[in-house]
Design a protein. Structure first.
Length: 142
């Protein structure tokens, strides 16, 4: 079992709601560990993968889109728990353009999923700022 040995509260205290560049590698590793635990059927820290996605979404870096997608695809629990909107921290159109330019099958699958969700209305009135406000309240960030 992979263990990040960190709780949500500890991650918020150490990395913040809006992490800086220096903390991104640790957040990415925690998310990868949580996804690996999900795939293996091992226990995960409640809400840690969610917080990692919020933190990465907060930064809006396109390089994290496929990391978040991988976590979302790691199993049924995270698949339902991690919002598709987390892929779009840089914006919906920017993310779709980025994924369309990537040669991997994972990128094509993520793009197809986003498009399907968009047709279904999930991105109606989407804005990264409003999505973050929801999670600011969820994690009780002032």
């Amino acid at each position: 079992m992979l263990a990040s040995n960190m709780t949500v509260d500890e991650s918020l205290k150490l990395h913040g709601f809006v992490p800086d560049d220096a903390t991104l590698p640790a957040i990415r590793k925690m998310l990868a560990d949580e996804a690996a635990n999900e795939r293996a059927g091992n226990p995960r820290e409640e809400d840690l993968a969610l917080l990692c996605c919020v933190q990465l979404f907060n930064r809006g870096l396109l390089e994290d889109v496929l990391r978040i997608w991988e976590a979302k695809c790691s199993g049924m629990d995270l698949g339902g728990y991690l919002d598709v909107e987390f892929l779009c921290g840089a914006g919906l159109n920017e993310t779709k353009r980025f994924l369309a330019e990537q040669p991997s099958q994972e990128a094509a699958q993520a793009l197809a999923y986003i498009n399907e969700c968009q047709v279904g209305g999930q991105f109606d009135d989407f804005s990264p700022q409003e999505h973050l406000e929801h999670y600011r309240r969820y994690f009780e960030i002032a």
